[in-house]
Design a protein around this ligand. Structure first.
Ligand SMILES: Nc1ncnc2c1ncn2[C@@H]1O[C@H](COP(=O)(O)OP(=O)(O)OP(=O)(O)O)[C@@H](O)[C@H]1O
Length: 262
């Protein structure tokens, strides 16, 4: 992974804590630096705080304590401290891909991709959904990139899960993000489609020179395609390193037990 201090999307998390209920922290003081263009996979058992961590980064969840320092559009911001307009402005630069796609089902594929630009429009233009020609051209190019150019005019509800996730990725890329987050993007997909989606996320990160951070349940998929793996358990990071350094011993620490290991 390349590492320069001012890479777009370079992320430094310091002592991040999240409590949904007072006295019961889900994230217990996470320290993490993610830089460069590689694919970082976060693995760990259900309920260990992987989604909470991803959602703190783009502030879908408000942290209880700590700092989330992100290089966005030439400046460093602490996502944990932003509010109102500054938060909305920072969020434009953070692309997010969801497990259940979060598409607007009755809109076309093209319209769904264009919604990735809404954060850049004035309230009036956003309300009227008035996109300019450059946005439309960019959306078409992105549909080509994700292999869905022929589906531009179809309604989202006519697509398969894999196609929906490609639309979700094109929508996130439409933001021209400095960092791309994906919260279990393959959990609802078959194994072949899952590989294609993870490869697409990785390629796009490399081409755009931005970090891609993905929560993933499939350890083998993470091992094959991620450049770095972060293993979490009980709201803490217990492994942080290369995929080929992840041993059965680490997996026992992360998931507990060993009967499930092949
Ligand atoms: N909005 C919320 N309010 C209260 N508790 C929550 C909320 N969101 C998550 N939690 C709790 O926080 C803990 C961590 O959840 P989180 O979804 O971050 O884990 P996860 O590792 O992503 O799990 P999974 O892999 O099953 O998605 C869980 O105990 C969950 O019940």
């Amino acid at each position: 992974m390349q590492a320069t201090a001012a890479t777009p999307g370079a992320l430094r998390i310091e002592q991040l804590v999240k409590e949904y209920r007072p006295g019961a922290p889900v994230l217990q003081g996470i320290d993490l630096t993610i830089d460069g263009t590689g694919l970082t996979g976060i693995i760990g058992p259900s309920g260990t705080g992987k989604s909470t961590l991803i959602r703190c980064i783009n502030r879908l969840v408000t942290p209880s304590a700590g700092r989330i320092l992100l290089h966005l559009a030439g400046e460093e911001v602490d996502m944990a401290q932003l509010h109102g307009r500054a938060l909305r402005r920072a969020r434009r630069h953070i692309g997010m891909v969801f497990q259940e796609y979060n598409l607007v089902e009755r809109l076309t594929v093209m319209e769904n991709v264009l919604t990735g630009r809404l954060g850049y429009l004035s309230a009036w233009r956003a309300w009227r959904r008035r996109f300019d020609a450059a946005d439309i051209e960019r959306a078409l190019a992105l549909l080509q990139t994700v292999g869905l150019a022929a589906f531009a005019g179809q309604r989202a509800d006519a697509l398969s899960g894999g196609q929906r996730q490609r639309v979700g990725i094109a929508r996130a890329l439409m933001q021209q993000p400095s960092v791309l987050l994906a919260d279990e993007p393959t959990s609802s997909l078959d194994p072949k489609t899952s590989v294609e989606i993870v490869q697409l996320l990785r390629e796009q990160g490399v081409q755009r020179g931005i970090p891609v951070i993905v929560n993933i349940h499939d350890v083998e998929l993470a091992r094959r395609y991620c450049d770095r793996i972060i293993g979490m358990t009980g709201g803490r990071v217990v492994y942080d390193g290369a995929p080929d350094g992840l041993t059965d011993g680490h997996l026992q620490t992360i998931y507990g037990g060993q009967g499930w290991l092949p």
